[in-house]
Design a protein around this ligand. Structure first.
Ligand SMILES: [Zn+2]
Length: 103
């Protein structure tokens, strides 16, 4: 993902509407690109500011913490990968057990 694509995806990221693949590329780019990281920090603050204005009651306790958002996204990605790995493992296990019972 290049800078232009990354910046275009900032809003989608803040709204949690990126696909897992996009999310992965987005986070990777932010880790390696100071400029986009700054852009993201700024946009995040603006987006969250707007959300807070829209619903003060609901978002009253939301911190304007762009770092936290990145960390939780990484956490999500990490869990997603583990779950996917477990599914593959389970599938292999079922095949093995199935094969074992069959023969
Ligand atoms: Zn960039």
């Amino acid at each position: 993902m290049n800078c232009k694509e990354t910046r275009k995806n900032i809003e989608a990221f803040v709204n949690d509407s990126l696909s897992v693949k996009e999310l992965e590329e987005f986070l990777e780019h932010l880790d390696n690109c100071e400029k986009c990281r700054e852009e993201y920090d700024m946009c995040y603050t603006v987006f969250m500011g707007m959300k807070i204005l829209e619903d003060v009651e609901k978002y009253g306790n939301t911190r304007l913490d762009s770092e936290m958002k990145i960390e939780s996204a990484k956490d999500y990605l990490f869990k997603y990968k583990i779950i996917r790995f477990q599914k593959i493992l389970l599938y292999v296990l079922i095949c093995l057990v199935g094969g074992f019972l069959f023969f």
